[in-house]
Ligand binder design. Structure first.
Ligand code: F6R
Length: 235
């Protein structure tokens, strides 16, 4: 594991964006795994800046997002496709048909999840997977549990995740309780993984680094991967 401690959000975003940009320059048709949430917002802003400065071309890039709330369609302002468009896709020259996210409004979740994994494989697999981390150690929405699931699947969100997500909603009762989430196995198949720990995540990152590998702390499984970089804010 390559561990990079930074002092603040600006450094985190700058370093993360530099790594993603390097991947795109090395392989213009790169397949990126992307995350939502607060942590990657600054990184996406840095990528937009590089694009606007003529230093980055997204025209060949394909993306697969980690997760989507059950019940959220692409136009839902609380949905993650909407988030991705506002935070990144609408501001760069990525081809919209090359951006992928599980369909939270599908009628058959099992079929949708299976098809999502097939699409990732058909694209040649993920070159670089960007991850945030939950305060409980989840990656994507793989919540701490006795067992973890390999492929994309429907996940019941824990009370602490629902409480953490409530900041984006008017009322706690509106927060979705389920999501379609990439599974741990699919995440681990990425060539390279970049885990970001923004403000408030130092404790869980350091707990994960010290921890044994356990499904009770899903991010600890990343220790089994050969090419993980962790960038986190350490005070
Ligand atoms: C988001 C995702 C989640 C978040 C995590 C941290 O697509 O899969 O695992 O990365 O919950 O969220 P923030 O960055 O909002 O603290």
């Amino acid at each position: 594991m390559n561990i990079i401690r930074v002092a603040d959000e600006a450094q985190l975003s700058e370093k993360a964006a530099a790594m993603i940009a390097a991947q795109i320059r090395k392989k213009p048709d790169a397949v990126l795994g992307l995350a939502t949430g607060s942590t990657p917002v600054g990184t996406y802003q840095e990528l937009i800046r590089k694009y606007e400065a003529g230093k980055l071309d997204f025209s060949g890039v394909t993306t697969f997002n980690l997760d989507e709330y059950v019940g959220a369609g692409p136009e839902d302002p609380h949905g993650y496709m909407y988030f991705m468009r506002k935070q990144l896709f609408d501001h760069v020259n990525i081809r919209k048909e090359q951006t992928n996210i599980p369909d939270g409004c599908c009628t058959d979740a099992a079929a949708e999840c299976e098809q999502y994994d097939r699409r990732i494989r058909a694209a040649g697999g993920i070159d670089l997977q960007l991850l945030g981390i939950g305060a409980n150690g989840h990656i994507a929405f793989n919540e701490p549990a006795e067992q973890l699931i390999y492929g994309t699947h429907k996940e019941q969100l824990t009370a602490s995740t629902i409480a953490a997500n409530a900041r984006f909603f008017r009322d706690k009762s509106e927060v979705p309780t389920q999501a379609l989430s990439m599974g741990i196995g699919i995440i681990m198949e990425a060539e390279q993984i970049l885990l970001l720990g923004g403000a408030g995540k130092q404790r869980i990152i350091e707990q994960m680094l010290a921890s044994e590998i356990t499904t009770r702390l899903p991010a600890s499984l990343l220790k089994l991967h050969r090419a993980v970089t962790i960038i986190y804010i350490a005070q």
